[in-house]
Ligand binder design. Structure first.
Ligand code: FRU
Length: 482
């Protein structure tokens, strides 16, 4: 008889196989980005390099293109660009994760992989699922090959969290430091300070000597409320700086900040300053959330984000849904610190693709990856247009301001944005360099060597794929041949 896990994974594979031809013929599939084989993808999970091979797991809903979860998808790569899909590795098959195998991370030690994730339970009934009706457990599995997982162990349950926390406690990121193991969790603390309820997003850090028994070490609380919930926290060292990455929910949109529904950003921690003070968004585009970092065997700190944001169905739509799938992960990005900013550039493996330069400042493209490099010295502005006059994304760079807009030459909304409008990014000083990567239905912009990143999905028909750069003669367009 099949176990519940085998039964569920067979269901996922059946959906993958049944829709394979449909998905493969979709005009929006990418070459070098992680996508769901079918259905929906959200957060990157368990990022690591294990036995030389890069492992990416992801929140995966093969049975529903609009999400709902149920699986950790899995793919592997030797160069962070060419991905091979494997079977899902986790599914909700035990009482502690019956409503979801939520996000988590990987720890590699002595040739073994330890995966930590949140088991989510939503009890049937009339609950608010904030204080009651939800059970969040932190779970562990181990693996010798990254694919076959051990039995699940519950390492933290509701009794182990501080009393003033709600039931929203999730997304364990685990690492080893000075001979001990640490786990950071995103949390929502109950708060009635002003007489009305206004919960506080925060993070909890647990410590362990053996990877299994954990106890609370400290809480990371903002001085002033900064969102009601923090999701997907990450804490790591980068060039001597301590970086806290987290995804606050509930920040009010400002003119040029917090333009998406939920945010994700980081703060370089200092003794004196509360983390919300130095908060800087990771990416100013439409589609970016829930990033996770890991250190690879070369010692690089690499970040991968979800090129999507939760709960945006009302605001914009991914046109790939009509083809049975939606969302992808970003290109892996190498991190470094410059002038107090964590800069992100695509991994250097990208340079090893076979790039061929186009002549001039305009070209058409197909399914190959395109790279546009523009230098802004001595020019007043640059206009990069992707699409046709009627249906295009315009990227306007002027001084320290970058505007991405799905507006066509008549100023009307471009269908290729699926309802997206415009986003603004700023740099500390006038823009010097712009790198645009286009892999079919995703555009990623890196300004001033990664001081600013902007990510957006774009849905152009194959006949509409052209590029034109104006205002900036020092511009090169490349295509990756394969
Ligand atoms: C972030 C998130 C996580 C959670 C996961 C569930 O997008 O809400 O907090 O673990 O997605 O899929």
């Amino acid at each position: 008889m099949k176990s519940e896990k085998e039964r569920r994974i067979a269901q996922a594979k059946e959906a993958e196989n049944r829709q394979k031809d449909r998905i493969l013929s979709c005009p929006f599939r990418m070459k070098y980005h992680v996508m769901p084989p079918v259905g929906w993808l959200n957060d990157p999970n368990g990022l690591c390099q294990f036995q030389g091979v890069y492992q990416v797991y992801f929140q995966y809903s093969p049975l529903n293109v609009n999400g709902g979860g149920g699986f950790w998808g899995h793919c592997t790569s030797r160069d962070l660009l060419h991905w091979e899909y494997q079977d899902p590795v986790l599914t909700n098959d035990c009482p502690e994760d019956q409503s979801g195998v939520y996000s988590g991370s990987a720890l590699i030690e002595d040739g073994r992989m330890y995966l930590y994730y949140t088991g989510n339970v939503k009890l049937p009934g009339n609950y608010n699922y904030i204080d009651k009706g939800r059970i969040s457990s932190q779970m562990m599995v181990t693996s010798e090959d990254g694919q076959q997982m051990s039995e699940k162990t519950v390492v933290l349950g509701m009794k182990d969290y501080p009393d003033d926390m709600t039931a929203h406690i999730r997304d364990p990121k685990v690492w080893k430091e000075h001979g001990k193991y640490y786990m950071i969790l995103g949390a929502r603390k109950r708060n009635f300070d002003t007489g009305i309820r206004r919960d506080t997003g925060c993070a909890l850090v647990y410590v362990s000597k053996n990877k299994k028994d954990w106890k609370l070490d400290y809480e990371i609380l903002p001085d002033e409320n900064f969102g009601y919930m923090w999701e997907c926290p990450d804490l790591f060292d980068l060039e001597g700086k301590r970086v806290l990455s987290f995804c606050p929910q509930g920040l009010r949109a400002e003119n040029e900040r917090f333009q998406n529904l939920y945010q994700s950003g980081y703060s370089i921690l200092t003794e004196k300053m509360s983390p919300e003070k130095g908060f800087r968004e990771w990416d100013m585009g439409f589609d970016f959330y829930a990033p996770q970092t890991f250190e690879d065997e070369k010692g690089r700190r690499i970040l991968i984000g979800w090129a999507g944001v939760p709960d945006t169905m009302e605001v914009h739509r991914n046109l790939s849904v009509d083809h049975g799938w939606q969302h992808c992960l970003t290109i892996p990005r190498e991190l470094r610190v410059e002038h107090g900013v964590v800069c992100q550039m695509p991994v250097r493996e990208l340079d090893l693709l076979s790039w061929k330069q186009e002549e001039g400042n305009a070209c058409c493209f197909g399914r190959e990856m395109v790279k546009i490099e523009a230098k802004m010295q001595g020019v007043h502005f640059a206009d990069i247009r992707i699409g046709t006059g009627q249906n295009e994304l315009t990227i306007h760079v002027e001084e320290d301001r970058i505007r991405m807009a799905f507006l066509n030459e008549e100023g009307k909304p471009s269908p290729c944005g699926g309802g997206r409008k415009s986003r603004i990014g700023r740099t500390a000083s006038p823009v010097k360099t712009v790198l645009v990567l286009i892999d079919n239905s995703i555009v990623e912009l890196f300004v001033n060597d990664g001081e600013l990143a902007m990510t957006s999905r774009i849905y152009l028909e194959e006949s509409e794929r052209s590029i034109a750069v104006k205002g900036c003669p020092d511009c090169r367009i490349w295509k990756a041949e394969e």
